[in-house]
Design a protein. Structure first.
Length: 80
C-alpha cells in the first residue's frame, strides 16, 4: 500500500503555514482575508486556507514577464 504524505492531503492550512508556503507575511494574508480580498475559509473565528485558496492567491498575483530588452535610446541625427 502506498504511503501518503500528510501535507499533500491536508484539507486546511493555518495562516502561518499558508504564509510560509507562499513566502508571504502572515500579516498580509490576515489583512487581505479580513477584507475578503483573497479566498479563504473561516471556521468560526479561525482563519484557514485550502490548497485551492493558495493556488488562487498565487495565480492572482502572477504578472507577465517584462521585456529584458533595454529601452530604445533616441539619438540625434545631423543631416548635412
Amino acid at each position: 500500500m502506498p504511503r501518503h504524505d500528510a501535507d499533500t492531503h491536508r484539507l486546511l492550512y493555518t495562516p502561518a503555514e499558508a504564509a510560509a508556503l507562499l513566502a508571504l507575511r502572515e500579516s498580509w494574508l490576515r489583512r487581505k482575508a479580513g477584507r475578503r480580498e483573497i479566498p479563504c475559509t473561516f471556521l468560526g473565528k479561525h482563519l484557514r486556507f485550502s490548497s485551492d485558496d493558495l493556488t488562487s492567491i498565487a495565480q492572482t498575483g502572477a504578472r507577465p514577464a517584462r521585456s529584458t530588452r533595454p529601452p530604445a535610446r533616441h539619438t540625434k541625427s545631423f543631416r548635412n
